[in-house]
Design a binder for this molecule. Structure first.
Ligand SMILES: [Zn+2]
Length: 351
């Protein structure tokens, strides 16, 4: 009696379903839980939801999460109903998706493992075949696609990122307004992004902004697929700032090497001080660092440029912003710091 109630709780069973019997086979390390429904229960038609009388049953079984290292199976005669309008149809059950041989909880566990481990490792570990693991993954991807097709994207962010060590780039697409990753593409090539944009055009019909790095393949892909791309592409401050940060760090590394040869370099262990911004922690209280910024150093010059660039994002008037960016670009062109000059050229190209 008690183990029936335990499994009813474990599966979250609701009336009219209940556990009929629990069949425990010690020698096979397997437990089979047989479910049944109350004999006079009525079930909703899967098409229209109207409650109908049971027509007949189909016997089915599902693999559930193991309980105490026992492979756990659920078996039930699932009713088919006869709806006046839609005919005889198989009803759905709360614990599994249609046509899946696994319960929803089992699939959820498999999916969380499939995110971090290859398919063959997951299939081995969960004692299912490779095809079954693949089927679980495919159903999850399809559910994700079905869910997201309904939502128009207003602000799209296209980001490239590389897996550390492997140096392989992927493109990550984010719905910025909802803060969710919509898709991950295998590389950062123009054709790959273009194909994705083509096949998601409906969802992008109301897109207002597309933020990205100043990266030609992305820019061209968007230009070729979306109307009014010029008004929508936006090079956001974080991507732009990261170019200034990288250039500054090159200046610092080179100067540190040169000074190190002459003796003690004042730049020792200062890498992160230079890269900080007011927004990400600030440097105000670091008096020794501020002294450094006033020294006659190439790094200090590059730093002043980077700081000025970070201050150029809050203008409301286009003309004023443009004038100030052009002033900064003039400064960059004359600064005699190669990495900084290169960033200046890039910004000028896309201003
Ligand atoms: Zn119906």
């Amino acid at each position: 009696m008690q183990d029936k109630e335990l499994y009813e709780k474990l599966f979250g069973l609701k009336a009219p379903w209940k556990v009929e019997k629990v069949d425990l086979r010690m020698e096979e390390s397997k437990v089979t839980v047989v479910l049944t429904h109350e004999p006079l229960a009525r079930f909703p038609c899967p098409e229209c939801g109207i409650e109908c009388a049971v027509y007949d049953h189909r016997h089915r079984q599902w693999r559930h999460l193991d309980t105490c290292d026992f492979i756990t199976m659920i078996e039930a005669d699932v009713p088919r109903v006869r709806c006046g309008e839609h005919g005889v149809l198989q009803t759905s059950v709360a614990w599994a998706e249609a046509r899946s041989g696994f319960t929803a909880l089992f699939e959820a566990l498999a999916i969380s493992w499939l995110k971090v481990a290859p398919i063959n490792a997951v299939s081995e570990r969960m004692k299912i075949s490779w095809d079954e693991a693949w089927g679980i993954m495919e159903r999850a991807v399809r559910r994700g696609i079905e869910r997201r097709e309904l939502v128009p994207i207003e602000e799209l962010a296209i980001d490239e990122t590389s897996f550390q060590k492997r140096h392989e780039y992927v493109t990550v697409l984010v719905d910025r307004k909802r803060g969710v990753v919509i898709d991950v593409l295998d590389d950062r090539k123009k054709k790959t992004l273009k194909d994705w944009l083509e096949s998601n055009k409906d969802q992008l019909s109301e897109v207002r902004s597309i933020s990205m790095d100043m990266w030609k393949p992305f820019i061209n892909a968007v230009r070729e697929v979306l109307e009014g791309a010029e008004q929508k592409i936006c090079f956001d401050r974080f991507h732009v700032a990261s170019h200034f940060g990288k250039a500054l760090d090159k200046v610092r590394a080179a100067e540190h090497r040169a000074l190190g040869r002459e003796g003690d370099s004042p730049l020792t262990k200062t890498k992160h001080d230079w890269l900080r911004t007011k927004a990400n922690g600030g440097y105000k209280d670091k008096r020794s660092f501020l002294r450094l910024t006033r020294m006659n150093l190439k790094t200090a010059r590059a730093w002043r440029i980077k700081e000025a660039a970070n201050g150029l994002w809050s203008y409301s008037y286009r003309k004023v912003a443009e004038r100030n960016w052009k002033a900064l670009l003039g400064w960059l062109a004359r600064c005699r710091l190669d990495p900084m000059i290169k960033v200046g050229r890039m910004v000028r190209r896309y201003l």
